[in-house]
Ligand binder design. Structure first.
Ligand code: NOJ
Ligand code: MG
Length: 591
């Protein structure tokens, strides 16, 4: 064969090439499709933002860990405990306010939004905390309090002095002529009957400006005038300030109070005694005004200047579904407080089921769900539902769809702590007399974190600002870490399990519990081949021989997490005969 012979001139050779070509195309197709499958899966995973796969852990800085012995928790203390936080399997911490504040409402009265209160440390401490959090892959969410500042803020000082730049930063009114008396208020009375959440008129006379100012909360928390564009810009700058420090998002405080009717000459109709009825009365002129939506949209814009995965969760209790949807549509996630607001001790499985159903009903697929079971404003789970329900509620929270938020100490089953009237610090309690304060004080759920069984439960070497719960020798992190079966143990197992996409992607399917619907709540979370069955006894008694096999379509399952029940992890059980006491729960992989 001469070296200049043309390449492949015979039919045979052409056939060989054709076959080879077809084979190559087939191989490429197979590889591409397999790859595509994998890519689709990967994309689906990548499409979820970090806050869709994370548990948020709320830290109340005063009560988490004191590092300098002054009895109040601080940023260095929090930093030193991030190892523990990350060991829980949570993905983000939300820090309640640590900004400069006279602490009338323990930090929710902000004097300077961009300064760290010396009680909590300084900016370097915050930066180190951020660094440590990042190194542990923990996201950091800050509390943002845009509705009001402290009356000791620079803005308020300048506003009461009538400085032209600041005079409209707050909501001022001349009020009305007082028919008689009113000597302390320049012969004037408030312009209307609007009430403060913490009791009494929402208007406070200011003798420097000779006007009343409006405060939805304490009179030391004057409401900002959000209709003032400069105020809006200032607040946006506050967001940028912290975003530049690398924070991952915000929890926005008291959003339904952001706007009030412009015309202050109107009374709200049908208001009863504010102390008892604030939340149940209709405050149509002072809450849920739609103007807040544009503000939310602007904040989302600010967040997007930094990244498209920043988190913004909004606090507004008792909002309608229409309002909820607007929050979503304008770039935020409204906290879903249903488990706090609509459940109580007498609630059984049917009642828990209906609350979950309602929370998820007409939630369009683009609205990401969330659940929260406790926070610094509400009694702890052990007290609201009974100590036997601690694991069941952690299991519920961590196996529901959407983003769960846990309050510090719930993972070890901390209890509310009793404080006498004399010991009480919370202004919401001190607004009442000794007989009534316990219905309103939030100190019990703010007692120091219980780390171990030595001095002050390891919280502080000094005298804690609120004393530690007397039960700390039994209920504390160290003891629960060493115990074979503990609330902490159940919590961390659930947090780990939650990383499985069955718990992040798919809808929840309730399982029919024939015969025991009042006792047993059961649902399935599934993804691909993995099918997890959650079974919880929310009834008020023992549930014997519960048969879920028909509804589940299988007779057997493998115990994955066992909350205080007699079943052993990893054992195979019959789904025809499940027995659980009140408060016991199981996550079972369906076989
Ligand atoms: C809601 C906060 O959670 C609460 O602690 C505070 O007292 C009020 N907003 C006022 O800021
Ligand atoms: Mg307001």
């Amino acid at each position: 064969m001469s070296s200049d012979k043309k390449f492949c001139q015979t039919n045979k050779c052409l056939m060989v090439i054709l076959v080879a070509l077809i084979a190559a195309i087939a191989i490429v197709c197979v590889v591409t499709f397999t790859d595509e499958d994998a890519r689709e899966k990967a994309n689906k995973k990548a499409a979820l933002k970090w806050w869709q796969t994370s548990i948020v852990y709320q830290i109340y800085p005063r009560s988490f860990q004191d590092s300098d012995g002054d009895g109040t928790g601080d940023l260095r203390g929090i930093r030193s405990r991030l190892g523990y936080v990350s060991s829980l399997g949570v993905g983000a911490v939300w820090l309640s306010p640590f900004y400069k504040s006279p602490m009338r409402d323990f930090g929710y009265d902000v004097q300077n939004y961009t300064e760290v209160d010396p009680l909590f440390g300084n900016m370097t401490d915050f930066e180190s905390l951020m660094q440590e959090a990042k190194s542990k892959k923990l996201r950091v969410i800050l509390d943002f309090v845009p509705n009001h500042t402290s009356n000791e803020s620079y803005w308020f000082y300048e506003s009461e002095r009538g400085n032209p730049k600041y005079k409209d930063y707050y909501i001022w009114s001349d009020g009305l002529t007082c028919p008689s008396g009113c000597t302390d208020t320049g012969g004037r009375q408030p312009p209307n009957n609007w009430l403060s959440v913490f009791g009494g008129s929402a208007w406070k006379w200011n003798g420097i400006r000779n006007k009343f100012y409006y405060h939805a909360f304490l009179d030391s928390q004057p409401d900002l005038n959000l209709r003032n564009e400069n105020v809006q810009k200032e607040l946006e700058e506050v967001l940028r300030f912290w975003l530049r420090k690398g924070v991952d998002g915000f929890r926005a405080d008291a959003l339904k109070f952001m706007f009030e009717a412009k015309n202050v000459s109107q009374d709200e109709v049908g208001l009863r005694d504010t102390f008892t009825w604030y939340e149940t009365d209709n405050h149509n002129l002072t809450t849920n005004l739609p103007d807040v939506y544009d503000i939310l949209k602007n904040w989302r814009g600010v967040l997007e200047e930094f990244a498209n995965d920043k988190f913004l969760i909004a606090e507004s209790y008792g909002i309608s579904n229409e309002v909820r949807n607007q929050y979503y549509d304008h770039g935020s996630i409204p906290f879903n407080f249903a488990l706090i607001q609509y459940l109580n001790k007498s609630c059984n499985a049917l009642c828990v089921k209906s609350v979950i159903k309602n929370s998820l009903a007409d939630l369009s697929p683009s609205y990401w769900p969330n659940f929260v079971i406790g926070n610094h404003d509400n009694s702890r789970v052990a007290n609201r539902f009974g100590v036997e329900m601690i694991d069941a509620f952690n299991m519920l929270l961590l196996t529901l769809p959407g983003t769960p938020t846990s309050y510090y100490g719930e993972e070890i089953g901390m209890r509310d702590t009793f404080y006498s009237y004399k010991e009480t610090k919370d202004p919401a309690g001190l607004n009442f007399n000794e007989t009534l304060y316990q219905d309103h004080t939030r100190d019990p759920e703010r007692s120091p974190m219980q780390w171990n069984d030595i001095l002050n439960a390891g919280f502080s070497n000094g005298t804690p600002w609120l004393h530690v719960n007397k039960n700390y020798k039994l209920i504390n992190v160290k003891t629960e870490q060493l115990a074979k079966q503990s609330h902490l143990n159940v919590y961390t197992q659930l947090a780990k399990l939650r990383q499985n996409s069955a718990f992040t992607y798919n809808d929840l399917t309730f399982v029919d519990v024939d015969g025991n619907p009042e006792q047993i709540l059961s649902y399935i979370r599934t993804q691909g081949a993995a099918k997890y069955l959650v079974v919880l006894n929310f009834g008020h008694s023992y549930a014997n021989d519960v048969d879920l096999s028909d509804s589940v379509g299988s007779d057997r399952g493998r115990i994955v997490v066992n909350a205080m029940s007699g079943y052993l992890p990893n054992t195979t059980i019959s789904l025809k005969q499940i027995t659980l006491s009140r408060g016991q729960g199981l996550v079972v992989q369906v076989l």
